[in-house]
Design a protein. Structure first.
Ligand SMILES: NC(=O)c1ccc[n+]([C@@H]2O[C@H](COP(=O)([O-])OP(=O)(O)OC[C@H]3O[C@@H](n4cnc5c(N)ncnc54)[C@H](OP(=O)(O)O)[C@@H]3O)[C@@H](O)[C@H]2O)c1
Length: 261
């Protein structure tokens, strides 16, 4: 057994330490598309049959190396963002472990109902700021509870329901100086970002498992309506790593102005 991973793409392929996956990438890239909002990267893990949960939870899909790549990405960003359902599904942390010096990304939770289990399910590091992004229509009655655990940012409600995600990103930049956001799901939030063209990159770990499931048990990395044919987002493959049988795929969401590299 070796601790080495293979970087398969770009060519030539070479061995690197598994801990070095994503360590030396340029984030955000020099050529950015939209200076009005933070650069947005999405990181998810799915089985080979495209599923993102086992018994409703994401925790058991990826390997230890997948969790390490997640921490590597967290260490590079200003904020880690999730949708409220992801926090409802299981206890989780959006930070780095206590031993990591200094930097902790802001933990950002997106909710319109304002009903999120911060007390029971969000594990926060000592120096980690928690920010709950709500809509103008979110009931005032939930604010006191949210403010006990963090701060609250109010933005417009989107016409399709939920928080206006573009405005949320712009407010993160203007009010908090956030330049780089890592979105860790879930599928509904990722769908919102992709459908509004505000997701710049997708880091997808493909775990060597077949999970199965049907109906609402079978959510894939995007949960929302099918895109009309001309608006199906294309992806540019940026890099591929392999460790044991797990693949780490990095894509850029196609933008005619963005160059591969
Ligand atoms: N495999 C993976 O990498 C991975 C990663 C993350 C999550 N997951 C799994 O995915 C499941 C949860 O995902 P999900 O798709 O159901 O929910 P989600 O994306 O985590 O959260 C959706 C919720 O976010 C709030 N929201 C507010 N504005 C929104 C907007 N504009 N767009 C989208 N959401 C908005 C709403 O909460 P309110 O109802 O409070 O308004 C909405 O119900 C869990 O089972 C979790 O374990 C898997």
């Amino acid at each position: 057994l070796t601790d080495n991973a293979l970087r398969l793409y770009p060519l030539p392929a070479r061995e690197i330490s598994s801990g070095a996956i994503y360590e030396d990438i340029e984030l955000p890239p020099r050529k950015r598309c939209d200076p009005s909002r933070p650069y947005v990267i999405v990181n998810v893990v799915a089985s080979v049959d495209g599923k993102t949960t086992i018994e409703g939870k994401a925790a058991r899909i990826g390997s230890e190396v997948d969790r390490r790549t997640m921490r590597t990405l967290r260490s590079r960003v200003d904020a880690v963002m999730i949708g409220a359902n992801t926090l409802r599904a299981e206890k989780l942390s959006l930070g780095l472990d206590e031993l990591s010096a200094g930097h902790q990304p802001i933990a950002v939770i997106i909710t319109k109902t304002g009903d999120v289990p911060l007390e029971t399910n969000l594990i926060t590091g000592e120096r980690q700021e928690v920010l709950v992004v709500v809509a103008q229509t979110t009931p005032e009655s939930s604010m006191d509870r949210l403010r006990e655990r963090g701060s609250v940012l109010r933005v417009a409600a989107s016409p399709t329901g939920g928080v206006d995600i573009k405005e949320a990103l712009e407010a993160l930049k203007v009010e908090r100086g956030v330049e780089l956001v890592l979105v860790e799901g879930g599928p509904r939030l990722i769908y919102s970002l992709v459908s509004q063209s505000v997701a710049d990159e997708l880091f997808l770990t493909l775990s060597p498992k077949l999970i199965g499931g049907e109906g609402s048990d079978a959510s894939t990395i995007l949960d929302g309506g099918e895109f009309p044919q001309p608006r199906i987002p294309g992806l540019l493959l940026v890099s591929v790593h392999l460790f044991n049988d797990e693949l780490y795929l990095r894509y850029r969401l196609a933008d005619p102005r963005a160059a591969r590299g």
